[in-house]
Design a binder for this molecule. Structure first.
Ligand SMILES: [Zn+2]
Length: 369
C-alpha cells in the first residue's frame, strides 16, 4: 500500500515525503487530526518509507515503499491496531499477578518499530512505557535504518509527559517519534515546541464517496452517499462504518419521532415495542447511545430542511420521508425535541430506566405538538 493509497491531504503528504527525500525528517512529528483521519495509517507508511529495503521512489523521485520486503511486511503487521492491542492486553491478562503489574502495554511487529498505545484501564500513556522508550532509543536500529516510535494517543500521565520531554531534548540521530493526537493542545507546550506538527484535515464528501466506490464495492451508491455524509470527513470512520446497526438504530429513531408527530401507522403499540427493547447493562448502554446519536442526526437533518438548507442533509437515502416529517413539524417542535433528548441523556446519567425515559420523551413531544 504505497503513498498513493493514502486518502486526501496531498500537500501534507508531499511535504513529509520531501523532508524524507532531503534526509531532513524531524525527530519528533505530531500528526493531528480527527478520529479516523488516517494518522496511524500515515505514521506506519512513513515508518515503511524510512526502512524499506527496496527504497522505491514515485511521483517524480519521492521516497515510497515496496510493501514486499521483510521490513515493509513486518511493519504492516501492526496495521490492525485494534487487533494487536487486544492481543497485547490478553497476553498481559494471562501473566501472573506480580508480573502483570509490572508489564506495560506495547505493540511491536518489527524489532525497531515500537507502538505505544494508551495503557488500560485508565487509557493513559504511563511513565513506565516512556521509560522503555528511553531504554531502547539510544541503541542503533538492528534491522532498520531508523528506529520509529509511535505514540497513538496524547493522553499522557504527567510524569510520562515529563520523561518524554527529556528524550525530545536529546533525540538520537537514528530515531523518529510520532505523536498522534486529536487535539495537539493536550500535549505540553514544551513537547509541541520540540516537534513539528502536521494536521490531517477533513476530506470532501465527494472524495470519500469515490474512495468508497473503490474500497467498498459491496455497498450501493445510496449507501456510499449516506456513509460519506455521516463520517465527518474521516476516511477511517467511513471505512469502518457499520451500516446495518446504523439503519437499525435509525428505524427505531424514526418510529419514535413519527409517533410523536402523529404520523406513525403502528401507533403506541409499536412505540412501546421499540422502547421496551432498550434494557440496562453495557449492551443496552451502547444501543441507546447509538439511538440518541441517530435521533440528534435526524433532528439536525429536519432542521436543515426547515431552514432551506436541504443540501446539508446527511440521511439522503430517506430524503422523501424526512421531507414529509419536516412538513408535519415546525421549528419550535424540533427545538423541544432536541431539549427533550438532552433530558433523556441527563436521565440516563442518573440511571433512570431507559425504556421509561424514552417513552416519556416521545409522549411529552406528543402532548405539546
Ligand atoms: Zn519495502
Amino acid at each position: 500500500m504505497p503513498f498513493s493509497d493514502f486518502a486526501g491531504n496531498p500537500e501534507t503528504i508531499h511535504r513529509l515525503r520531501e523532508m524524507l527525500a532531503r534526509k531532513r525528517f524531524p525527530h519528533a512529528v505530531i500528526l493531528s487530526g480527527a478520529h479516523g483521519s488516517g494518522k496511524y495509517t500515515l505514521a506506519l507508511m512513513l515508518a515503511r518509507a524510512m526502512n524499506c529495503l527496496e527504497q522505491p521512489s514515485t511521483d517524480g523521485g519521492f521516497p515510497d515503499f515496496c510493501g514486499r520486503c521483510s521490513n515493509c511486511i513486518r511493519i504492516a503487521q501492526s496495521e490492525d491496531l485494534d487487533a494487536r492491542f487486544a492481543e497485547a492486553v490478553e497476553a498481559r491478562e494471562n501473566l501472573r499477578d506480580t508480573d502483570k503489574k509490572e508489564t506495560r502495554l506495547f505493540v511491536q511487529t518489527h524489532p525497531d518499530v515500537l507502538i505505544i498505545p494508551p495503557d488500560p484501564p485508565q487509557m493513559m500513556i504511563k511513565v513506565d512505557q516512556v521509560r522503555h522508550v528511553i531504554e531502547t532509543i539510544y541503541y542503533r536500529p538492528a534491522e532498520a535504518r531508523e528506529r520509529v516510535y509511535i505514540f497513538t494517543s496524547s493522553a499522557f500521565m504527567k510524569e510520562a509527559a515529563n520523561s518524554l520531554l527529556k528524550v525530545l531534548e536529546e533525540p538520537p540521530e537514528f530515531a523518529t517519534i510520532f505523536l498522534l493526537t486529536e487535539n495537539a493542545g493536550e500535549l505540553l507546550p514544551t513537547i509541541r515546541s520540540r516537534s513539528m506538527t502536521f494536521n490531517l484535515g477533513a476530506l470532501a464528501v465527494t472524495e470519500i464517496e469515490s474512495r468508497l466506490a473503490q474500497l467498498r464495492p459491496q455497498w450501493n451508491a445510496r449507501q456510499r452517499a449516506l456513509v460519506a455524509r455521516l463520517s465527518e470527513g474521516a476516511i477511517g470512520r467511513a471505512l469502518s462504518f457499520d451500516i446495518e446497526s446504523y439503519v437499525a438504530a435509525r428505524n427505531h429513531a424514526l418510529i419514535l419521532l413519527k409517533s410523536a408527530l402523529g404520523g406513525n401507522e403502528g401507533g403506541h403499540t409499536e412505540l412501546f415495542k421499540v422502547t421496551e427493547s432498550y434494557r440496562s447493562g453495557a449492551e443496552g448502554r451502547e444501543k441507546i447511545g447509538n439511538l440518541l446519536r441517530t435521533l440528534y442526526a435526524l433532528l439536525e437533518d429536519l432542521m436543515f430542511l426547515q431552514s432551506g438548507a436541504g443540501q446539508l442533509v446527511r440521511n439522503t437515502d430517506i430524503l422523501g420521508e424526512l421531507k414529509k416529517m419536516s412538513e408535519a413539524a415546525d421549528f419550535a417542535w424540533l427545538q423541544r425535541a432536541a431539549d427533550g433528548l438532552g433530558e433523556v441523556e441527563r436521565g440516563l446519567r442518573r440511571n433512570l430506566l431507559r425504556s421509561l425515559s424514552l417513552d416519556a420523551f416521545a409522549t411529552a413531544l406528543e402532548r405539546v405538538s
